[in-house]
Write a protein that binds this ligand. Sequence first.
Ligand code: GSH
Length: 290
Amino acid sequence: MSDESSYIPPKVWQWDTSSGGNWAKINRPISGPTHEKTLTTGKHPFQLYSLATPNGVKVTVMLEELLAMGIKEAEYDAHLIDISNGDQFSSGFVEVNPNSKIPALLDVSNGKTRLFESGSILLYLAEKFDVFLPKNIETKAECMSWLFWQMGSAPYLGGGFGHFYAYAPDKIEYCINRFSMEVKRQLDVLDKHLENNQYICGDEYTIADIAIWPWYGALMLNRLYDAAEFLNVTSYKNLMRWAKEIDSRPAVKRGVMVNKTWGELSTQLHERHEASDFINKTQDKLTDDK
Ligand SMILES: N[C@@H](CCC(=O)N[C@@H](CS)C(=O)NCC(=O)O)C(=O)O
């Protein structure tokens, strides 16, 4: 292994604001707001405050799937939270999510219910509208196991592998090896499971698929960390079949565009307030209008 570190941890850790890395300027060891600012609100029953990262996409895919089923009560306004600019630390955002991370959702259909943590948001929406969650208690238990599997596993993919492979200021072999090993093991878990299952919970498309796809599907389709070749993803044939099948769903195609601020302009819908915004308000259209 290359590069032995010469770092010796001090007795008490100190906050070094110049630690480097893409996210260094927004990371802090304390919680709470950094500035006073109220959130903007729209007219629909759900107010989403988010960004099109995998955790954000889980919720926009879910809302688009609900609307695709004709559930009008799931109409939503999606407001952009630029986490690289510290928007998650505004006083308004912290009121909805004290943990200062996207996605955060307000259900204003009956009073004001705040929701944070993407898994909890998916479960709330599935229960509220009685869809994408198996009715049978045993199948529901399997679905919950995979939902919680995703919530526990993805930080190794994002905060572990993705951070050290794509974002850290130095490529540290030890860290990249450690998390590549774990991520490949996770891909193998999914691949073996999908050998005999069309979807994560059998033959039913559920919130487990909606939670897992934005991370592991995106990785398989080389939309995350540009790491498909490095992780040799084409060897996971069942997982690739599943990733492509979910990708072809119209609601998924719309969900991935919401609150997206990077990539081709025609794929970026910074804010979503109406279904027609997918046609009229993508960045290519807004730029052409100027
Ligand atoms: N467990 C949380 C994780 C949310 C999360 O990590 N969000 C990231 C973007 S993917 C974020 O907002 N980061 C901003 C920050 O850490 O300041 C969930 O699933 O909702």
